[in-house]
Each structure stands twice: as structure tokens, then as C-alpha cells.
Design a protein around this ligand. Structure first.
Ligand SMILES: [Zn+2]
Length: 87
């Protein structure tokens, strides 16, 4: 029950949501030691129990706003994702 995107058909592309925040040193104590999530950009596992890059993306749906919280290995992956669909 970690993902805020549950209920969506799938993770949004970067141009389907509004990036409201990015934190290059996010830690999340709700995660256990050794927990990982896949990097949104390259798919590599990201250790979410230590500092990592995490974003908040607001996604509009028919019910209101959902928040999606992708994680990234580093700021390069974040930048690649954030710019991938934006011209
Ligand atoms: Zn990555």
C-alpha cells in the first residue's frame, strides 16, 4: 500500500501530471530496511529506506486529484524522466 498511484490504470507519463515537488534527499521511514522501488526512468531498484530522489506529481482524474510519487536513482534519471515528454 505504498503507491499513491493505486487506482490508476498505470503510472502517468511526466506530461500527464503536474510536477509539484521534487526532493533529492527524500527519506521515508515508512519503508523497511532494504526496501526498493523501481526507478521511474531506468527501472533500476532504488533503496527507498535511504536518501533518494522522489517527486510528487499531481494527476487529475475524474474524481479529483491523485498524487503519484515516482522515485529515481539520481538527479540524472529524474531529469531524463521529467523532460522525456516535454518539448
Ligand atoms: Zn534510474
Amino acid at each position: 500500500m505504498h503507491a499513491s498511484a493505486e487506482g490508476l490504470a498505470g503510472p502517468p507519463a511526466s506530461d500527464e501530471g503536474t510536477i509539484v515537488n521534487v526532493d533529492a534527499t527524500r527519506t521515508n521511514r515508512r519503508y523497511l530496511d532494504g526496501d526498493t522501488k523501481a526507478c521511474e526512468a531506468c527501472g533500476e531498484p532504488v533503496a527507498v529506506d535511504t536518501e533518494h530522489v522522489g517527486a510528487w506529481v499531481r494527476v487529475d482524474d475524474e474524481l479529483g486529484n491523485l498524487f503519484y510519487r515516482p522515485v529515481f536513482c539520481d538527479e540524472e534519471c529524474w531529469a531524463a524522466w521529467a523532460t522525456s515528454s516535454r518539448e
